[in-house]
Design a protein around this ligand. Structure first.
Ligand code: NAP
Length: 512
């Protein structure tokens, strides 16, 4: 255990929790507590002693009397904190005597009184009542933990922690991935402390980030009440590299105390936006499946997002005015294709006409990314053919383009039924993505009809489609450029500053 405490100290923890109910050989409390707390003291690491009974979600199955006696013993040994459950706190506090007597007898120890709800999150009024009742029982630190059934539960908990922190130390957490913001944003909202696990396998509650993530990715030590919140909204979202690249770039630019970027597992986009605790949530990245809902929830939208009918970015406009929607997916991909064309003598990128003007671009897929790329290519003056597994969707999308394109089925493209000069092939289907990286959306021979092939999939970087295209002699453009490009444009919209693109690329490619 002391080894783990040392590990926690090295990872930057200020305090450790000693969960007595998890110990397998805790037979002589007097001796063991003295040894353990003495060991933590020697490391300069204060500890919270918790002995959680099964009736409050812990592992201890015995009677409460010896359990409470053990907590009292921890106070006698000089533990910095003991944690006692609200339901039995009146009994425990009565045994310690008056507050004055307690402070005199146990001057080194503060009492955390805690309440846990493993089912859900009560109403705001009930939570406020609970906080008042915990304080009234004599707690030095109030702790309540709920379970997040929806991301809005976590947002409500943050608001209550902020409000209650004005009247004394409080820890308010919402368990589970949907409540993770309460753990990451505890310093901003006035939380007394937050919990981190030594490693993902050693979580003591669901949704607990690791100490390394809290310290180095979300930079708890840099947060203040003024820190602005950014985040990636999706479902699923835990795999997203957006927190790593945005926080990495923010840190590199010296903006770590101004912004923190967090993952947000959201079921209902509208409900999420309505539940935001305050206007310090200034920017959101949006991914599958919320790009349509994000556009609908925004007060304003730029023309591109409106024509694509999907937004991947929301930026707060101003006090009480809501968000403006943007779509940064298309520009990043189009610019990386244009750059590759210019680098290979197919027309200059940047000023003047696009190298895509007058070219024929075949977009595979008619989903969110397909719409973005088809509109983007058309806006650069290319004639666009949309090829999709479901041909009707390809036809519908092609008809909306300006000028109108042509919609075909993927099978038609594979069988050679699509004639004419073809220039650029753009894959926006998910075919070829890990773990199915042996697959390609089109038969190998199709790639030989194109001079440039782009794949939006970037795990793996060199998809089967791109490997086939390289073999056929085409210029290939990998998908991380789109990912980094869309994130970089979001960063500009969020901060009005230029990000370190090289760093973002290194993070996406796992080089940092
Ligand atoms: P989406 O809206 O769900 O669209 C999925 C598209 O893929 C549809 O056209 C669908 O065809 C097609 N598809 C799915 N499975 C297929 C299969 N087995 N065979 C043939 N076609 C298939 O998803 P999205 O948001 O457009 O994303 C699509 C891909 O682009 C994902 O892999 C995503 O990771 C990637 N992406 C990358 C970036 C980046 O920054 N690099 C950005 C956005 C998206 P049907 O219409 O017939 O179902």
């Amino acid at each position: 255990m002391l080894e783990e405490a040392r590990e926690a100290k090295e990872a930057g923890c200020d305090v450790v929790e000693l969960r007595l109910d998890f110990l397998e050989d805790f037979e002589e409390p007097g001796r063991d507590l003295e040894e353990m707390i003495g060991g933590f003291d020697a490391l300069g690491l204060p500890c919270v002693v918790t002995y959680r009974p099964s009736w409050e979600g812990g592992q201890y199955e015995g009677d409460d009397a010896p359990r409470l006696a053990t907590l009292k013993m921890a106070m006698e040994v000089g533990a910095a904190y003991v944690d006692v459950e609200f339901l039995i706190a009146p009994v425990f506090m009565a045994a310690l005597g008056s507050k004055e007597a307690r402070l005199k007898a146990y001057s080194k120890t503060k009492v955390i009184v805690s309440s846990h709800d493993y089912e859900g999150t009560a109403s705001d009024e009930d939570l406020r009542r609970l906080v008042r009742a915990i304080r009234a029982v004599g707690a030095d630190v109030v702790k309540f933990a709920t379970t997040g059934q929806d991301v809005s539960d976590g947002n409500r908990v943050l608001s209550i922690v902020k409000e209650a922190s004005a009247s004394g130390p409080i820890i308010g957490l919402c368990m589970g991935e949907k409540g993770q913001a309460t753990r990451i944003l505890a310093p901003k909202y006035g939380g007394f402390l937050t919990f981190g696990a030594l490693s993902p396998e050693r979580q003591s509650a669901p949704g607990q980030p690791t100490i390394d993530q809290l310290k180095n990715l979300y930079r708890l030590d840099s947060q203040s009440a003024d820190t602005k919140v950014l985040g990636i909204v999706g479902n699923p979202v835990s795999h997203s590299k957006s927190p790593a690249i945005h926080n990495g770039a923010l840190g590199r630019a010296g903006l770590a105390s101004e912004y923190v970027y967090i993952p947000l597992l959201v079921d209902d986009f509208d409900r999420f936006v309505r539940s935001l605790p305050d206007e310090d949530w200034v920017g959101l990245s949006v991914t599958i499946p919320h790009k349509g809902a994000a556009l609908a929830a925004a007060a304003e939208a730029d023309e591109v997002a409106r024509s694509i009918a999907a937004a991947n970015t929301l930026v707060r406009i101003g006090e009480g005015k809501g968000f403006k929607a943007y779509n940064t997916d298309w520009l990043a991909a189009i610019v990386s294709i244009e750059q590759a064309m210019a680098d290979n003598g197919m027309g200059a990128a940047g000023a003047g006409a696009s190298p895509l003007a007058g070219k024929t671009v075949v977009v595979l897929g008619a989903g969110g990314a397909g719409r973005a790329l088809a509109f983007g290519a058309a806006s650069r003056g290319a004639s666009v053919i949309v090829a999709n597994r479901t041909a009707e969707k390809a036809v519908a999308l092609a008809e909306q383009l300006q000028p109108a394109g042509r919609g075909v089925s993927l099978a038609d493209l594979g069988s050679g039924a699509v004639g004419g000069d073809l220039d650029v092939l753009v894959n926006t289907t998910s075919v070829g993505m890990q773990p199915n990286d042996g697959e390609s959306p089109v038969p190998e021979h199709v790639t030989s009809s194109f001079k440039v092939v782009f794949d939006a999939v970037y795990t793996p970087l060199h998809t089967k489609l791109l490997r086939d295209a390289e073999k056929a002699g085409a210029v290939v453009v990998t998908g991380e450029k789109m990912f980094v490009g869309q994130a970089a444009e979001q960063y500009r919209l969020f901060t009005q500053q230029e990000p370190d693109i090289e760093l973002m690329t290194d993070i996406v490619l796992g080089r940092k």
